[in-house]
Design a binder for this molecule. Structure first.
Ligand SMILES: [Zn+2]
Length: 335
């Protein structure tokens, strides 16, 4: 994305460990109070974090505004931490109309928690008015028969609505043999596989593994598995658009193009950054000719849900909003 969008990387570098918790303040930038967004029709957020995935080289992540840490919580603060996080999620839901979210997993698994979802399952019941659905971690280093049997046992229960592949953060491409059994299980249990694609938030990541084009290989090899390009491959939008256009089993989520708090988005708007980003993304969406395969996602806590929703609204004509903000996700994830 180079210099045309300095905001994403600049914000991350400036905020450091306080990521998204008062970003502009952490960066020492003058802030003007931005108007609070209005809640709209019910929406499903297809890309949400309530657990710090602990990817190599990424800073700790906190919820915006209140700076509430994500799970897992610091030693001794389990119950209090979970309650504060639940209130922060309710707040972002109240101002956005969010009624359900797909929650990305940790990268640590155990025999008892083979998909890295135990914190999501602990926090979800504390959040009122929002259905938080776990997404399980596809670990490319664990494709031994015992682990896959435990993964399958969890998938069979039906609570896990997708699998996540952290391309780039982990140095494996989508066609690595360690991932292929997960694609077969995903087809069997009708859960899509969500790939991180595009720019990663970590210098320890290797971007060649996060490019969207190689997803075409596995989309062809696993025609009964549905795949999602998270972040629509940004900045490789042309490649991502071609993969979506050509493969009817590939979707894309629109999360993470810009990150920051309410004030940061107000500044991006004033500076024309939002408009320029929207122009680039709209052209790629148009190329696919498949608005029914795009999903709203906020990447919360990297952006407030309502503020990011207002950006995504500018990418589609209004008649497509119910599909992009709700119905496409319901169809794809079965939520
Ligand atoms: Zn994410």
């Amino acid at each position: 994305m180079g210099e045309s969008l300095p905001t994403r990387r600049g914000v991350l570098a400036a905020a450091g460990a306080a990521l998204a918790g008062g970003l502009a303040r952490a960066a020492g930038v003058e802030t003007a109070p931005a108007p609070r967004p209005k809640p709209g029709p019910p929406l499903v957020d297809s890309h949400f974090h309530l657990v710090d995935p602990r990817l190599p080289g990424t800073p700790d992540i906190a919820a915006p505004d209140e700076g509430v840490p994500l799970a897992p919580f610091p030693e001794g603060g389990e119950r209090d931490g979970a309650r504060r996080l639940a209130r922060a999620i309710e707040a972002t839901a109240a101002e956005s109309g969010m009624v359900a979210a797909l929650c990305m997993p940790r990268t640590e698994v155990s025999d008892r928690d083979p998909l890295g979802i135990k914190e999501i399952e602990a926090v979800a019941p504390l959040v009122r008015g929002v259905k938080l659905h776990p997404v399980g971690f596809a670990n490319p280093e664990r494709f031994d028969r015992d682990h896959l049997a435990r993964v399958e046992a969890v998938l069979r229960q039906g609570r896990v609505k997708a699998l996540k592949v952290y391309l780039g953060y982990l140095h494996y491409g989508p066609d690595h043999p360690g991932y292929r059994p997960y694609y077969a299980l995903a087809a069997k249990y009708l859960v899509p596989v969500v790939f991180h694609t595009g720019d990663p938030y970590s210098r320890k990541a290797k971007v060649k593994f996060a490019r969207p084009l190689p997803v075409d290989d596995v989309a062809v090899d696993f025609p009964d598995t549905r795949f999602v390009l998270a972040h629509f491959g940004n900045p490789w939008l042309a490649d991502a658009a071609e993969v979506v256009y050509k493969n009817p089993n590939v979707w894309a989520d629109l999360s993470g193009f810009l990150v920051g708090d309410r004030e940061a988005f107000a500044r991006y708007g004033k500076a024309g950054v939002l408009g320029r980003a929207a122009d680039r993304v709209r052209a790629a969406i148009e190329f696919t000719g498949a608005p029914d395969r795009f999903l709203f996602g906020s990447d919360w806590p990297l952006a407030p849900v309502a503020v990011y929703r207002d950006f995504v609204r500018t990418l589609f004509p209004e008649e497509e909003h119910p599909a992009v903000f709700r119905d496409n996700a319901r169809t794809l994830f079965g939520v």
